[in-house]
Ligand binder design. Structure first.
Ligand SMILES: NC(=O)C1=CN([C@@H]2O[C@H](COP(=O)(O)OP(=O)(O)OC[C@H]3O[C@@H](n4cnc5c(N)ncnc54)[C@H](O)[C@@H]3O)[C@@H](O)[C@H]2O)C=CC1
Ligand SMILES: O=C(O)[C@@H]1CCC=N1
Length: 270
């Protein structure tokens, strides 16, 4: 695709994106990865990227089209000054840090820097990510298209203009895979408690979540109808759902509190 890319931070999310980009053969012309953690840097080197421990070790002639910032929000403001010269020369800066606002990057890189706040999730590693992008006013249409192609390589992409929504996006799809993994954990544990061998319970829980997700995506029917399709009158599902859909103690109020707590935390991180 002919893009040169600088990935700053190759931890859990950096690796998921890098794996997705490289697995699919959608390799930008050049990828340089910076990470001081030797173990995480080794992942980038294994994927045949150029990897360096610090920005000072970058190839001197390297000028990235896109810089993806994938370090923790708690340290992101410390690393920004190092990349200001790139932003001034026209690199697009894409930050995936939870909470950190466009204004923080504009303050560090200058008012005319082109910045996209993006919120991906870890299924990016298998090209099933959900990535929501929010640009500032200086992102050109060519840069938007570069960012879109990069993100489309690792999942589904939505663009929004209202930055206020990014906290709720983070609380839903950014953190969401963890909720689903926990659902798999709890379904497995419940299956074991109901008498299933653990290996079989894991297989049933994983494939049920994966299959239901795939059906929800492929079907013309909405999730509520798909749920009704499983539920025979007075059958087993109705008995289970009476617990799960309880107005007070069911999944509905629990999920509302879960997403609200994550959204609140995203705001705090900003
Ligand atoms: N883990 C996830 O599912 C998601 C994470 N994010 C965001 O991605 C960012 C990274 O999160 P994780 O990958 O989970 O954290 P992580 O802790 O796994 O990765 C952070 C990486 O940054 C590296 N690092 C630290 N200082 C650095 C520096 N000065 N220069 C370059 N690299 C440096 C660390 O060695 C580490 O490998 C965070 O801002 C988070 O909000 C966004 C969406 C989903
Ligand atoms: O937990 C976090 O703060 C990051 C952001 C979204 C997913 N992981």
């Amino acid at each position: 695709m002919g893009l040169s890319l600088l990935l700053v931070g190759c931890g859990k999310m950096g690796q998921a994106m890098l794996g997705g980009w490289i697995d699919d053969g959608i390799i930008p012309a050049e990828i340089v990865v910076i990470d001081p953690n030797a173990e995480n840097l080794a992942v980038a080197l294994d994927l045949k990227c150029r990897g360096v421990e610090a920005a000072a070790d970058m190839p001197t002639d390297f000028m990235p089209d896109v810089i993806v910032l994938a370090v923790k929000p708690q340290i992101i403001t410390d690393v920004l000054p190092i990349f200001r010269a790139f932003a001034e020369k026209g690199s697009l800066v894409v930050s995936i840090a939870a909470g950190t606002r466009l204004a923080t990057f504009e303050a560090a890189f200058g008012e005319s820097a082109a910045i996209v706040r993006a919120m991906p999730n870890t299924p990016a590693a298998v090209h099933q990510g959900m990535i929501v992008c929010c640009p500032n006013g200086h992102v050109s249409s060519a840069q938007k298209s570069d960012c879109d192609r990069l993100m489309r390589a690792i999942g589904e992409v939505a663009w929004i203009e209202d930055e206020e929504l990014m906290d709720a996006v983070t609380g839903l799809s950014g953190s969401g895979p963890a909720y689903v993994f926990y659902m798999i954990e709890t379904m497995t544990a419940a299956g074991v408690k109901a008498g299933l061998p653990e290996g079989l319970a894991v297989q049933l829980a994983q494939q049920t979540v994966a299959g239901a997700g795939a059906l929800a995506r492929a079907s013309d029917e909405d999730a509520a109808q798909l749920r009704k399709n499983v539920t025979s009158p007075n059958g087993t599902t109705a008995a289970g759902l009476a617990v799960l859909m309880d107005d007070a103690s069911g999944l509905g109020p629990l999920m509302e509190r879960t997403v609200a707590a994550a959204t609140r935390r995203s705001r705090e991180l900003g």
